[in-house]
Write a protein that binds this ligand. Structure first.
Ligand code: FAD
Length: 416
């Protein structure tokens, strides 16, 4: 009978997926070491959910996940599902609350409490953590890997979990280095692009619009795809546009821009009235206020800062002209801008501002049930480094927890 040996699992990256992978690997009998390039683990967790950490979502339907093959995520999300995740974190001390659209937050409303309990558990069960340790190279084979750290230090390991994150928010650690490690092992990388990110617009009015917020509907239409829309708080910025509905639609825009398609964004500021009702309303309003300037006639109906821009966009040069001097065509254009104001999208904000990476290590070369590489036995992957990303609403952290748990558990399997 072969002698049973406890595997030494080295986890590259102490983010959400790496920390959960470490706990599962240790609890399944492995010796575990986390190698983290930053001065501490879990920096990104602290920034999640505006510091509140949208830890998961009660509805983990696969339609909330994207990538070349979103179905790949099904096995891990089914195994370490919402219930298991809830139990896992409850055992560590996190009480939950569920908010709108199934978004789950810690009751404390503190992302730091999620990191605190993970770090406490890692210490309690004896996982070693080496910070300021950037892994530059992986060589060798299963049961006999060598990792090169900070150019010259070497560490041996039986199994490796690559949990390095993607390219989004590099100030929090994830700078794309996992793709280089995976590529050197022969893995294919689906070209990454920013998701959950603000959009850059083309408009001569951005300076004037900067800082204006309103609740409205946005529609994104890529040249070769059908339109997608979302509603919520929209914010104009000096480069373009931001806010929850923009982040939700940004993946579609970002992917289309990457493939050099033209992308059009339409904003509806007045989205609670039909076209006909709005036209009638405006006509009545203009009739009642014909003694006022065209600018002043709209005060009280739309944000005051928007009025001059909308009038200029409608072709009205003198915004102080009396209402009765505006032509029916100009009035019609005002109505049309209020409901479908069009802007060409010319790009996304940079990786620095993006919350998530779309693209990454191709799922075709990873076993969905174990997260093990099909090309290099003994190498596992977890989290955002894989070509899976989720919608806004707790889906990305859930993917990190689920894929991390599956990778950790399977990497710990005994070696004969
Ligand atoms: C501002 C912001 C808010 C967000 N809010 C939410 C939210 O509320 N809900 C949600 O579901 N998702 C949210 N996300 C997304 C979510 O945080 C990520 O999808 C998730 O953290 C990814 O986990 P990960 O372990 O794959 O990668 P990361 O958390 O990025 O961790 C990767 C770690 O690997 C380390 N590393 C990288 N390369 C190396 C190397 N070569 N050697 C050693 N270490 C290395 C990095 O330093 C980093 O610590 C947010 C993201 C951002 C940026």
């Amino acid at each position: 009978m072969g002698k049973i040996k406890k595997p030494l699992v080295a986890i590259i990256g102490g983010g959400a997926s790496g920390l959960v992978a470490a706990i599962l690997a240790k609890n399944n009998g492995a010796e575990v070491i986390i190698l983290e390039q930053m001065d501490r683990v879990g920096k990104k967790i602290l920034a999640t959910g505006n510091g509140r950490c949208n830890i998961s979502n009660t509805d983990l339907d696969i339609s909330n996940y994207f990538g070349k093959d979103p179905q790949f995520a099904r096995a891990a999300l089914g195994y370490f599902n919402f219930q298991r995740t809830e139990e896992f974190f409850e055992n560590l001390g996190i009480a939950y609350k569920v908010e709108e659209e199934g978004k789950v937050f810690p009751y404390s409303e503190q992302a730091s409490s999620v990191l605190d309990v993970l770090r406490y558990e890692l210490e309690r069960i004896g996982v070693e953590i080496l910070c300021d340790s950037r892994v530059d190279k992986i060589s060798g084979n299963a049961n006999n890997f060598t990792l090169t750290i900070n150019k010259d230090k070497k560490i041996n390991a039986d199994r490796i979990i690559i949990a390095t994150g993607g390219k989004a928010a590099p100030n929090l650690g994830s700078n794309g280095s996992g793709y280089v490690l995976a590529k050197n092992l022969g893995h294919k990388i689906i070209e990454p692009f920013p998701a959950l990110v603000q959009l850059k617009l083309e408009s001569p009015f951005l300076k004037a619009l900067k800082g204006i917020k309103f609740i409205g509907t946005v529609e994104i239409t890529p040249e070769n795809n059908s339109p997608e829309n979302a509603r919520g708080e929209i914010l104009f910025t000096e480069y373009g546009i931001s806010g929850p509905p923009i982040l939700s639609l940004s993946r579609c825009a970002s992917e289309s821009i990457k493939t050099r398609q033209k992308v059009l964004l339409k904003i509806s500021i007045i989205d609670t009235k039909s076209e006909k009702v709005l036209a009638e309303y405006l006509n009545n309003r203009f009739e009642k206020q014909k003694h006022k300037t065209i600018f002043f006639s709209l005060v009280g109906f739309i944000n005051k800062k928007l009025i001059p821009v909308i009038l200029k966009e409608a072709g009205i040069e003198n915004i102080h002209q009396p209402v009765h001097k505006t032509t029916p065509a100009e009035r019609e254009r005002i109505g049309s801008i209020l409901q479908k104001w069009e802007f060409p999208v010319i790009g996304t904000n940079s990786w620095k501002a993006a919350q998530v990476t779309a693209g990454g290590i191709s799922t075709r070369e990873i076993n969905a049930d174990t997260m093990e590489s099909k090309l290099c036995p003994g190498i596992f992957f977890a989290g955002e480094v894989i070509d899976i990303d989720g919608a806004c609403g707790g889906y990305n952290l859930q993917w990190a927890w689920s894929s991390g748990a599956v990778a950790g558990q399977n990497a710990a399997k005994e070696i004969k």
